[in-house]
Write a protein that binds this ligand. Structure first.
Ligand code: PLP
Length: 378
């Protein structure tokens, strides 16, 4: 099987597993314990925090360990919004309609339960949001602007520098950088908060980070023992934190060369599919896209059926979001791009990892054969 669904998750890298193993076995302490075993774990956690902060261009005190990016996004959005509501009566949030469910559902919660208004600034047909439109949506009572650095379904990369300039410090800017991590620069984006998930970059599932400037008031979502400087209670996943630090450092050191190499494979795939399959349409931006992501619609075929045909031919791919996989609902991302619902249900996404290798030609052949098989009802 050739695994081409790296936007959903990635295998744990050997170096990451090796870095983690002592903290799952001999160095198993609770970092809050006041004895040598606990202090050993606390030192490892502090070291991981500093290394992650360095990659993100932040300070150690800005790093909050979470269980993943769903939690990081919930904490960023609910935590900043509720703190701003209490302190300065803020009650407005700015985002786009193509965000991950963990962003949109957090905002929906604030609208339903805490009386917030949300402005969903439209994106163009390629999935890009105009920074000027984001600036126009800002109000005096805007609590937070939350925008995905790069989209998980279509791979479109936003103009982050333009967004930072447009928002201009009038409200904290949060970036969901889950899909950008390992492909795009994370330091010096100018954003106030970033979410990262370990399992997308060769660390395990169940560890993530919210990097958030310590000066930004943050109301916790999880209450308890007051870990993470009172911002996220719960015994820290020390091994996960150590693994995430190692994975982020590796990804950062390999980023430039890996991105160029994988982007060449992606472009060969996109060109081949568009040339050979007349009904194929590329979704997302033709240039501003993640190096590993190729996403298409194939008019007249059911995307889920194509995925099954591809798996029979040895390729594991996806229709888009792993959360929505298997459901018959059209993707909210594609609908927001203006793709008609019938066509949106034909989506197929191929996502390479950093370690992608092998020829692209057999992937194009398999997609052509799978689409033909579904179209002919064979
Ligand atoms: N944000 C984006 C853009 C994602 O792609 C994902 C995972 O698919 C998440 C957030 C959620 O991350 P996690 O799986 O760590 O909860």
């Amino acid at each position: 099987m050739r695994y081409l669904d790296n936007a959903a998750t990635t295998p744990v890298r050997r170096e990451v597993l090796e870095a983690m193993t002592p903290y799952l076995t001999s160095h198993f302490g609770n970092p809050s314990s006041h004895h040598t075993i606990g202090e050993q774990a606390a030192r490892a956690l502090a070291d991981a925090r500093a290394r992650i902060a360095a990659v993100l261009g932040m300070r150690s005190t800005d790093i909050v360990f979470t269980s993943g990016a769903t939690e990081a996004n919930n904490l960023a959005i609910k935590g900043v919004a509720i703190a701003a509501q209490q302190r300065r009566g803020a009650r407005h949030i700015v985002t786009t309609p193509i965000e991950h469910e963990s962003v949109l559902a957090s905002i929906d919660y604030l609208v339903r339960i805490h009386g917030f208004d949300a402005s969903l600034v439209p994106v163009d047909a390629t999935g890009r949001v105009d920074p000027t439109a984001v600036a126009d949506a800002l109000r005096d009572d805007t609590a937070i602007v939350s925008i995905g650095y790069a989209n998980n379904e279509i791979g479109t990369v936003q103009d982050v520098a333009g967004l930072v300039r447009a928002v201009g410090g009038r409200a904290p800017l949060h970036l969901d950088a889950v899909q950008a991590a390992g492909w795009l620069p994370l330091a010096a984006t100018g954003a106030d908060a970033v979410s990262i998930a370990g399992h997308k970059i060769g660390a395990p599932k169940g560890i993530g980070v919210l990097g958030i400037r310590a000066r930004i008031p943050l109301e916790p979502v999880l209450h308890g023992g007051g870990q993470e400087r009172e911002r996220r209670s719960g015994t820290e996943n020390v091994a996960g934190a150590v693994g995430l630090a190692r994975a982020l450092e590796l990804a950062e050191s390999e980023r430039a060369s890996g991105a160029a190499r994988v982007a060449a494979m992606r472009d060969e795939l996109i060109t081949g599919v568009l040339e050979r399959i007349p009904v194929a349409r590329l979704t997302g931006h033709p240039m501003h896209r993640l190096p590993g992501t190729a996403s298409f619609t194939f008019a007249g075929v059911n995307g889920e059926t194509v995925l099954l045909e591809l798996e029979r031919r040895g390729l594991v791919t996806s229709s888009g979001s792993a959360c929505a996989a298997g459901s018959d609902e059209a993707s909210h991302v594609l609908l927001a791009l203006g793709v008609p619902p019938d066509q949106a249900r034909t989506a197929v996404r191929v996502t390479f990892g950093h370690d992608a290798e092998g020829s692209v030609a057999p992937i194009v052949d398999a997609i052509e054969a799978a689409v033909a098989a579904v179209r002919s009802g064979v």
